[in-house]
Design a protein around this ligand. Sequence first.
Ligand SMILES: [Zn+2]
Length: 206
Amino acid sequence: MILKEYISGPIEANNYLLVDEETKEGALIDCSEMKQEIVDDANALGANIKYILLTHGHFDHVLGVNEMKKALGAKVYIHKSDVFMLENINQIMSLFGMNQKVEPPEYDELVEDGQELPLGNTKIKILHTPGHSEGGVCYLVDDKLFSGDTLFRESVGRTDLYGGNFKTLLNSVKGVLFNLDDDINVYPGHGPSSTIGHEKNYNQFI
Ligand SMILES: [Zn+2]
């Protein structure tokens, strides 16, 4: 599995391009801006990007959705509890002092806990991990966990935004993510990567 990382968008979110070496099927995890570099890399790999998988609906993770969807020919997936954030993206951005108007990102399919999406010879497993937002999900692909803003390296996502709840976040991390193997690699929505084992030992927030 080929993995490429991009720091993208207004709040430096991580976007990840994942491509199965054999079948060339791929996915983009989070989509913070229209980033030609990602399209070029996908083309250079001969990849067929099937999915744009949103870890949650916050604007800094979704601003590139409409353009990237066209450029990649992929379908956009999100949990139903965060759909309102796409629909109301202009109102939400104005709360953060960002007053430019954007087209609300459009999604194609909803994801839910326990669902699996085929990717080449493997699958993408969806884990619902609310707490940072109600519709926050993580995507598990083999030994890689894309944790969005649920779990960062030695930190966790903020829980003071709409729909956030620290107790719910703790349950998601301890009750769901920490049940995964220690050697699972964690690729967060912001900042450097980690492993489940490292977070069990060094994450002071949990
Ligand atoms: Zn967020």
